[in-house]
Design a protein around this ligand. Structure first.
Ligand code: GLU
Ligand code: MG
Length: 468
């Protein structure tokens, strides 16, 4: 019996198959690698990765029956405060986090530990209706039913800070993109890339980024659930390698109020029968009709999608013009100031390289929830045969207000209030996420908006500097 990620209820036969597979892992891979503890994670609505762990001998039990986790995790805020849902039901009830053994990875920078992503099920074996990882798999299945395959990758930006202080003290000095910055962190960067390779992560490139102490790493595109899992694993590994160098790691959208922020751009392509539909067509820049409609579906819903992809009050400190964060709702070929940057690749490479980069999103996002939203919006665009407007080939911030108006280019939401209201009013995303999950997201967002109602930018920056 297949025990790969499965969205239906878990029955006894499933549980037995999962336990047998876990026993096999315990005897082989895990014994060989000296693993003694397994961590299983899920990501909450505020983008925090939460964890439960078991001794290795307990893995078969974990695989079959999961480990308990309160339903209240759906209401956890980034600062561990519980956003009280209406009705007072959050503290009542228990779920089971069941590991996906298909993604069991010995952790290279935490000797003796292995990791798996987890899915949340009810005690009766039914999927939990707020499990964002199972939701994403359902959307992948929905695309597959139309013979469409989505490939995705998260681009990760972070900063390293020296020591344990709460203030930011760059541990990677030197100029943006500078070789001298790389020299200063070369052992750390080597250890990191080696650790990721040992975890079977396909690193594509690494470089010093623009902001003080900022670095960036990109990985190969893969199926959406794998891409979200990879982003969790890679961030965990970056943090763990950093500990060895006495670095503090921050993926916060704004580490310092007056510097460029950390993005968490998402790269997407749509494929059918092994053909990349972002290329090879007769549309603008070679887009095939499905690739165009998928992109248009995302463009149409960007204000609401920001409540998933730029989900914190700190996100809006990053979303300022002319910072390569893509704060205008438009698209353009290789335009780093458009929310959607179309990438065609070099001549001859478009068939495999063409993809759409969603730039306006950051790493306070829950990667499963964000990809679920992007797939839902894109697939809605495909179902409706949507077309893209004229592309934009200039920084929209350089256009006069009447020219922006004439071209129909709008600024994206500038506050979490605006994007949350757009999400609350979006029927396509409500239908895709389901009301239980959508309402839990909205409850967490409302609580965070209230928390920072009177806060200065500096207070927001400090509150998020070390949480993500
Ligand atoms: N750091 C920029 C951001 O906030 C992105 C820079 C880039 O284009 O890679 O998204
Ligand atoms: Mg970058």
């Amino acid at each position: 019996m297949a025990v790969a990620l499965f969205c239906g209820p878990v029955d006894i036969a499933q549980r037995e198959a999962r336990a047998a597979q876990a026993e096999q892992f315990v005897r082989t891979t895990l014994a060989e690698r000296g693993i003694s503890v397994v961590a299983t994670t899920f990501v909450d609505n505020s983008g925090i990765t939460r964890v439960k762990s078991v001794p290795m001998r307990r893995l078969p039990h974990l695989a079959a029956w999961g480990v308990g986790a309160s339903t209240s995790f759906d209401y956890f805020r980034f600062d561990d405060w519980l956003a009280a849902p209406p009705g007072g039901t959050a503290p009542v009830g228990d779920l089971r986090v069941i590991p996906d053994l298909g993604r069991l990875v010995p952790l290279a920078a935490q000797p003796g530990w292995a990791w798996t992503p987890g899915d949340r099920y009810r005690q009766d074996g039914e999927p939990h209706d707020c499990c964002n990882r199972l939701l994403l798999q359902r959307l992948v299945d929905h695309a597959a039913a139309q013979s469409l395959e989505i490939k995705a990758a998260f681009e990760l930006e972070w900063v390293v800070s020296a020591g344990d202080g709460d203030d930011f003290a760059s541990a990677a000095p030197g100029p943006a993109y500078g070789m001298s910055r790389l020299v200063d962190v070369s052992e750390y960067a080597r250890d990191l890339i080696e650790a990721l390779s040992a975890e079977a992560i396909k690193v594509e490139q690494f470089h010093p980024e623009y902001a003080a102490g900022q670095l960036e790493l990109s990985v190969a595109a893969e199926s959406p659930v794998d891409a979200a899992d990879t982003s969790v694993l890679v961030r965990n590994t970056i943090r763990a390698v950093g500990r060895r160098y006495d670095y503090r790691t921050s993926f916060s959208p704004k580490v310092e109020a007056d510097d460029v922020g950390n993005g968490g751009h998402v790269h997407l392509s749509v494929w059918r029968d092994g053909e990349n539909l972002m290329a090879g067509g007769k549309g603008r820049y070679g887009l095939a009709p499905v690739g165009e409609a998928f992109s248009a579906g995302i463009l149409n819903r960007l204000p609401a999608l920001l409540a998933l992809g730029a989900p914190s009050v700190a996100s809006y400190l990053r979303l300022v013009p002319s910072h390569w964060a893509g704060v205008y709702a438009c698209w353009g070929l290789e335009n780093r100031e458009a929310a959607l940057r179309m990438i065609n690749g070099s001549a001859g490479s478009s068939d495999w390289a063409a993809n759409l980069e969603v730039k306006c999103v950051d790493l306070t996002a829950n990667p499963y929830l964000l990809l679920a939203g992007l797939l839902a919006a894109g697939l809605d665009g495909v179902a409706a045969g949507k077309r893209l407007p004229e592309p934009v080939d200039v920084d929209p911030a350089a256009l006069a207000p009447d020219e922006l108006e004439r071209r129909g280019i709008r600024r994206l939401p500038t506050t979490l209030r605006e994007s949350t209201d757009a999400l609350a009013a979006d029927p396509v995303l409500r239908n895709a996420l389901g009301s239980a999950l959508l309402d839990s997201v909205l409850t967490v967002r409302e609580s965070e908006i209230g928390l920072f109602a009177e806060a200065s930018a500096e207070e927001v920056v400090r509150a998020f500097r070390w949480t993500h």
